[in-house]
Design a protein around this ligand. Structure first.
Ligand SMILES: CC(C)(COP(=O)(O)OP(=O)(O)OC[C@H]1O[C@@H](n2cnc3c(N)ncnc32)[C@H](O)[C@@H]1OP(=O)(O)O)[C@@H](O)C(=O)NCCC(=O)NCCS
Length: 323
């Protein structure tokens, strides 16, 4: 059974925060951030939690697909910043979309910045197995909740937002394929604080959950991971890079993308880049980029697209699809 991405949607968080705004919080400069990352601004959410952003992106993806929301029978949300440890953000989105009274399963996946592609891979497998017919696949984050605004090496990189796609059965020929890998990291390359054991059985209200990162180690991993994921998806799908119209990368750092473009000898203009506007929104970055492209009328029927992501875990993944 073939599947196809039929709708795209994105939700921006409410507060646009420029590099100049961050200069009032940490010792940094617009030049440093732009030169080292390419980021000019990001959006932080002051009112909506992850599920609210996910709902807004989902409603747009459903509308774009033209599919009756009552036919959605699977919701997978990729996030590392859920509203709560439980219930899942997907369950909250199901309820907020009014999809409770039907045969529908909702759950979250955590594969950090590769999460959206892993969620998509799961949704495809569940549709092809006959379990589901129409899947909402969402990447949604409120990373501002876990940023340490005293750490200038991380707080300048990330943003909040959500993107969603509607994946459905399709009468067209095979239009989607995946590659994904992980390598467990005990070195703390990209982590949040651990949830501590509580041997005294006392309430622990002071536990923090900040993000920590070894920037240069992540940079080196990211270049290697993207190179592998792009090369392997082309091999799996028996397609050459010349035949690809767009590469939609995880939007972490423009210099990472430039390194990959140089190493694989790909024209940098084939990469869709909007991290200058959004920063790194983790699992939301790829679906936001897709919806952004759709809104700008850059996605055309039969174009061949590779999406590629990498992140904590460590995880990396790529998806090939035909628009
Ligand atoms: C974080 C990152 C931008 C740092 O860039 P870098 O070129 O490696 O910079 P370095 O860590 O070598 O730091 C260089 C200097 O800039 C300083 N610096 C760090 N953050 C700064 C900031 N926000 N503003 C100004 N200066 C800063 C450092 O303190 C250091 O100063 P020093 O030379 O006096 O010690 C880069 O490593 C990176 O993007 N890594 C990947 C991160 C990522 O993508 N994470 C998400 C993955 S999903």
């Amino acid at each position: 059974m073939n599947v196809e991405i039929k709708g795209f949607g994105l939700a921006q968080a409410d507060k646009c925060v420029t590099n100049q705004d961050l200069m009032k919080i940490v010792e940094t400069s617009d030049e440093w951030i732009k030169e080292r990352t390419g980021i000019e601004q990001r959006y932080f959410s002051t009112t909506e939690n992850t599920s609210d952003l996910g709902v807004r992106a989902s409603l747009l993806a459903i509308e774009d697909s033209g599919i009756d929301s009552k036919l959605i029978d699977l919701i997978i949300v990729a996030t590392i910043t859920p509203d709560a440890m439980m219930p899942s953000t997907a369950s909250l989105i199901q309820a907020k979309l009014g999809l409770n009274n039907q045969k529908c399963l909702a759950f979250d996946v955590n594969a950090a910045c590769s999460g959206f592609l892993i969620a998509l891979q799961n949704a495809q497998a569940m549709i092809q197995s006959g379990f589901a017919h129409n899947a909402l696949v969402v990447g949604a984050e409120t990373l501002s909740k876990i940023l340490n605004f005293e750490d200038r090496t991380t707080c300048i990189l990330f943003g909040d937002g959500a993107g969603a796609v509607l994946l459905s059965q399709s009468a067209r020929n095979k239009t989607i394929g995946h590659y994904s890998r992980s390598e467990g990291d005990l070195e703390g390359v990209l982590t949040t604080d651990s949830l501590m054991l509580n041997p005294d059985f006392k309430s622990n209200l002071s536990q923090s959950n900040y993000l920590h990162m070894k920037g240069q180690a992540v940079f080196r991993f990211a270049v290697k991971a993207m190179e592998d994921a792009i090369t392997e998806i082309c091999r799996n799908e028996k397609i050459s890079l010349d035949e690809i119209d767009w590469i939609v990368p995880h939007q972490a750092n423009k210099r990472i993308i430039q390194h990959v473009a140089t190493k694989l000898n790909i024209d940098i203009n084939k990469f869709y880049i909007n991290l200058n506007d959004y920063g790194n929104t983790s699992s939301a970055s790829i679906p936001i980029a897709l919806a952004d492209m759709k809104n700008k009328e850059l996605l055309r029927k039969n174009q061949r697209i590779i999406m590629v992501g990498f992140g904590a875990g460590l995880t990396w993944a790529s998806t090939y699809f035909v628009v």
